[in-house]
Design a protein around this ligand. Structure first.
Ligand code: SF4
Ligand code: SF4
Length: 255
């Protein structure tokens, strides 16, 4: 088993607690973070999107055993869980004292060497303070902007003020202030706990860590660009068949 002693930083003593940066908050990054944290190592779990879970959190159950995807191997499997594919692993992440979760964060630069890395990070605003958000949903009710909901492969809609997933971590709403947000400030005005702050700005920060784990996940291939798709579209039966990715199909049949 990996222990903190395996990760002593170069200038430190045996009493120093090592820190590992895990880049990517999907299932691989979350698993790595939990294992390190349980070995007594401090973890900074950095994710570029609004919440943890990655693509696997979007899946319901795994074929052919019908196992819940993210719960496997975590300490709190499933009782009373409304979305068993994501909840217990997310709770472990949220509660472990050795894990610091930074979402909406991108790496700008990496310098140094094993045992002494300096990572430059940019933290983008989520415009909602997770500590104040009660998940009442009023901001989403009044928001006039609708976008495809990525959590369900774009098959449903969500507002510009929205929650990434039912059991998202951070367990709070977020404001997606893309160019489509019309800056009406209704979400800010209606929030009963003053959790929304549309003046938030991005900021840069440096962190010092002893090791880095890359768990950045995968990018979906756009099947519409495939040779097979072009062939079918050009053939006479192209108008009969509709081709969807396995990802979209999984979202369609997900419970
Ligand atoms: S209105 Fe405020 S408290 Fe309610 S979900 Fe939105 S941000 Fe959270
Ligand atoms: S400011 Fe943007 S996110 Fe907030 S309610 Fe208006 S359109 Fe929606």
């Amino acid at each position: 088993m990996i222990t903190n002693l395996d990760f002593q930083n170069k200038s430190g003593t045996a009493e120093d607690v090592a820190t590992v940066l895990v880049l990517g908050g999907g299932v691989a990054g979350m698993r790595a973070a939990i294992d390190l944290a349980e070995a007594g190592i401090r973890v900074k779990l950095v994710e570029s999107t609004h919440g943890l879970g990655g693509r696997v959190a979007q899946l319901g159950f795994m074929f052919p055993t019908h196992d819940c995807v993210l719960c496997r191997g975590t300490s709190d499997h499933g009782y009373g869980c409304t979305r068993p594919a994501i909840s217990p692993a997310f709770m472990d992440q949220n509660l472990h004292p050795n894990i610091e979760v930074w979402t909406n964060t991108q790496v700008l630069d990496v310098a140094g060497e094993a045992g002494d890395f300096t990572i430059s990070l940019r933290r983008f605003p989520r415009y909602v303070d997770p500590a104040r958000c009660t998940n009442c949903g009023r901001c989403a009710e009044v928001c006039p902007v609708e976008k495809p909901r990525g959590f369900e492969a774009g098959l449903t809609k969500r507002k510009a003020a929205f929650k990434v997933a039912p059991r998202a971590i951070p367990n709070a709403y977020v404001i997606d202030r893309g160019p489509y947000c019309d800056d009406c400030h209704r979400c800010e005005q209606v929030c009963p706990t003053r959790a929304v702050n549309l003046s938030e700005a991005a900021f840069d920060t440096d962190v010092h860590v002893d090791a880095i784990i890359l768990a950045v996940g995968t990018q979906l291939y756009d099947a519409r660009q495939s040779e097979e798709r072009r062939f079918l579209a050009s053939a006479w039966f192209g108008s009969i068949f509709r081709i969807s990715s396995s990802w979209t199909f999984a979202a369609c049949v997900s419970p």
